[in-house]
Design a protein around this ligand. Structure first.
Ligand code: AMO
Length: 429
């Protein structure tokens, strides 16, 4: 179908005949003229129909909002239309009619409640400010992918139906796999580490991760998108450097493509300055205890305690050197103090965006870590085997994509950064 985007007509100052394909947002029929306010994925325009010039103009005036039409016409550059683009129609083809009333308005002055919006996501995302979130997400991921590519990473795809838990035994969705029981993968952790034994050196994956977490919060989903890396002959410091740079490149790409639209919709994102500050778990504990709250070594931070730490930093920072008892079996204990680990979380203000670490690469230590965590190593034979025949030292991390978009766009709820959220009560649409 031959068509121009509205934004291209403006940007390229296209002269003469133009073809656009659009949704009708509003119709006003005056004495001599009909004005249509129309929208495509790139912006809005006014279509002017001079009465008596089109065979089907009555039918067009009667179309419900959100019907889809193709317009052939001339761009009137002198038009005073406040939308900036006014196309004088020469031919209009009706591509599809919408029913009325709409289950959700596209330009209602008062926003509908969140459930109504999510139930009617196909219309909700027609709103330019909602579509922008997913355009930003795509562009940011493209910037991150370009960075990985420049660093000789390969993109991999590991199984999502698995036989063992990775991030602890709880929070697993089970699936019937013929005559066996299987699970939906919580993270590519075990497979990305096995790939280090394959000699693939630097891998990344962008894929779904499933967590059967019971709590319904503004930060948790039961299915989210995990951006994972794993790197051979690397430690936690190397992994943190890859993380800072990946985020920097993602944000740069996003700003280079969307800054106008972001400004228009009140999304302000600063360029990322690296390296990010680092604070140890023990230093955080001191801050919290100094603020009059009590945190024992090995306890996780409460949301209020994270606020105390977040108030000290503006934007991204790492919390490093987490206690061994708090990190999964695959995390490398600090050689000089095994009560701590070579691990990190990347935070943005008070929210965790990424977990990562240097991994245990010695199979005996790994088996011991399984036992310490109350796990049965024999259930992980396929994983431990890959450590017994030449596993290089390695490190990696995972970013929750929706959390990253949520904090960058300043969204109040992670579901706003998820096309079709899966949470404790929602699996439709
Ligand atoms: P972790 O479990 O911390 O680490 O997850 C990594 C990142 O994924 C995001 N995340 C979530 N996002 C939305 N809803 C959830 N329920 C949810 N759970 C996690 C967060 C989090 O920081 N295997 C390790 C990573 C590694 O060490 O490589 C892991 O999965 O942004």
């Amino acid at each position: 179908m031959q068509r121009s985007l509205i934004s291209d007509i403006i940007a390229n100052d296209i002269e003469g005949e133009v073809n656009i394909a659009v949704w009708i947002q509003d119709t006003r029929s005056l004495k001599n003229v009909i004005f249509l306010t129309v929208r495509d994925t790139s912006g809005m325009a006014q279509v002017t129909i001079r009465k008596g010039t089109l065979d089907n103009e009555e039918k067009i005036v009667g179309l419900n909002r959100e019907s889809v039409i193709a317009v052939k016409g001339k761009w009137d550059r002198k038009s005073a239309s406040k939308l900036g683009v006014d196309i004088v129609a020469e031919k209009i083809e009706i591509l599809n009619e919408s029913l009325a009333p709409l289950p959700l308005g596209v330009d209602d002055p008062v926003e509908a409640d969140f459930d109504t919006r999510l139930n009617n996501r196909f219309i909700d995302i027609r709103k330019p400010e909602k579509a922008l979130i997913f355009q930003i997400e795509s562009t940011m991921l493209w910037g991150i992918r370009k960075f990985f590519n420049s660093q000789e990473f390969i993109e991999v795809h590991t199984p999502k139906i698995v036989a063992a838990a990775t991030e602890g035994g709880a929070d697993l969705f089970s699936v019937k796999y013929f005559e066996k029981e299987a699970y939906l993968n919580q993270s590519p952790q075990l497979y990305k580490e096995i790939l280090m034994s394959c000699g693939l050196d630097r891998v990344f994956e962008v894929g779904p991760a499933f967590r059967a977490e019971q709590h319904n919060t503004t930060r948790h989903l039961n299915e989210f998108t995990s951006i994972d890396i794993e790197v051979s002959f690397a430690d936690h410091n190397d992994a943190m450097a890859f993380l800072e740079n990946a985020i920097k490149h993602g944000v740069d790409e996003m700003l280079s493509r969307h800054s106008d639209q972001m400004e228009k919709h009140g999304i302000h994102v600063d360029r990322v300055k690296t390296p990010f500050p680092r604070i140890t778990y023990e230093e955080c504990r001191k801050l919290i205890n100094d603020a009059g709250m009590n945190l024992e070594f090995g306890d996780d931070f409460s949301p209020e305690q994270l606020k105390v730490i977040g108030n000290k930093f503006n934007g991204f920072y790492f919390i490093i050197d987490w206690p061994s008892s708090m990190r999964p079996f695959y995390t490398m204990p600090k050689p000089e103090d095994p009560a701590l680990t070579n691990s990190f979380d990347l935070q943005f203000n008070e929210l965790e965006i990424t977990s990562g670490a240097q991994r245990v690469h010695n199979p005996e230590i790994l088996e011991k870590r399984f036992l310490d965590k109350g796990l049965n190593p024999s259930e992980f034979d396929f994983y431990i085997k890959a450590f017994k025949y030449g596993m290089p030292p390695h490190a990696g991390w995972a970013i929750g994509l929706e959390r990253l978009v949520m904090i960058l766009c300043g969204l109040p709820n992670i579901r706003e950064a998820t096309l079709f959220p899966r949470d404790r009560t929602r699996i439709v649409p």
